[in-house]
Design a protein around this ligand. Structure first.
Ligand code: ADP
Length: 243
């Protein structure tokens, strides 16, 4: 249901993505691993046009954007098919938890406010924050803020949720609560692409693992294949360094 074909992205002379081909099936959880600077975040951001790819093609469902000659309308449609969970949560600081989740429902989905509030409250309940609806981000821990971020992504009912290192800004003791929420929603069959350094989590929650280095996909496969029987030397070295 998601197909990336020859996605290329440069910043100035720095070619960060050198022609990425990737297919993600509906309901699949894909973990993207790789050393810092390998292009993982850029790839995720290209998928919903937070970064503009220089070349290639992105298909989500039956909708395709030709990145060389994208139409503004196409970009808008593509963006509505995915939701991003950011490293730094990116919540509105002057809005409460429930208002943060509602925002997309009111602005993008044009839902009446009371309906949006009700749905947002249910989603916050789902991520374990039913008692924090009216709290401001400054009153929440990092783990709680990230769970608001996840509820906000879920609210948009996207085809795919993109997680950009969702636990890397958290104190170690808060990582578990966020991973367990992601695990829970993975079980519901929502398609997800997760850039992560949490190897145990990737091994456990992903159906498909992609290893990137130097702007290319070096190797991909089932978690067991990549973690226990990596074929490529670069994958072996990476796994040796971090486990
Ligand atoms: P990763 O997520 O694997 O750590 P990134 O996608 O964040 O890698 O970065 C890949 C490369 O792209 C790095 O060399 C980084 O400096 C560069 N890069 C990322 N974003 C920008 C940007 N907005 N402007 C210029 N260079 C960037």
């Amino acid at each position: 249901m998601i197909q990336l074909t020859q996605i290329k992205k440069s910043f100035g002379r720095n070619e960060v993505l050198k022609g990425i081909d990737l297919t993600v099936k509906k309901g699949e959880v894909v973990a993207i691993l790789g050393p810092s600077g390998s292009g993982k975040t850029t790839l995720l951001r290209c998928l919903n046009y937070l970064e503009k790819p220089n070349d290639g093609q992105i298909t989500i469902d039956d909708f395709t954007v030709n990145c060389k000659r994208p139409d503004k309308k196409d970009i808008h449609t593509l963006r509505q098919k995915s939701a991003m969970v950011f490293q730094q949560y990116n919540l509105f600081k002057h809005k409460t938890a429930v208002e943060n989740v509602m925002e997309g429902l009111v602005i993008v989905k044009k839902l009446p406010k009371d309906e949006a509030r009700k749905k947002s409250a249910e989603l916050l309940e789902k991520v374990g924050l039913g008692n924090k609806l009216d709290a401001y981000p400054s009153e929440l821990s990092g783990g709680q803020q990230q769970r608001v971020g996840i509820a906000r992504a879920l609210a948009l009912n996207p085809e795919v949720i993109l997680f950009d290192e969702p636990t890397s800004a958290l104190d170690p003791e808060l990582v578990g609560e966020v991973l367990s929420v992601i695990r829970k929603i993975a079980k519901e069959g929502i398609t997800m692409i997760i850039v992560t350094h949490e190897m145990g989590f990737a091994q456990d929650v992903a159906n498909h693992v992609v290893f990137m280095d130097g702007g290319v996909i070096v190797e991909e496969g089932k978690p067991n294949e990549i973690f226990n029987y990596p074929k490529e030397e670069r994958t072996k070295q990476f796994l040796k360094r971090i486990t």
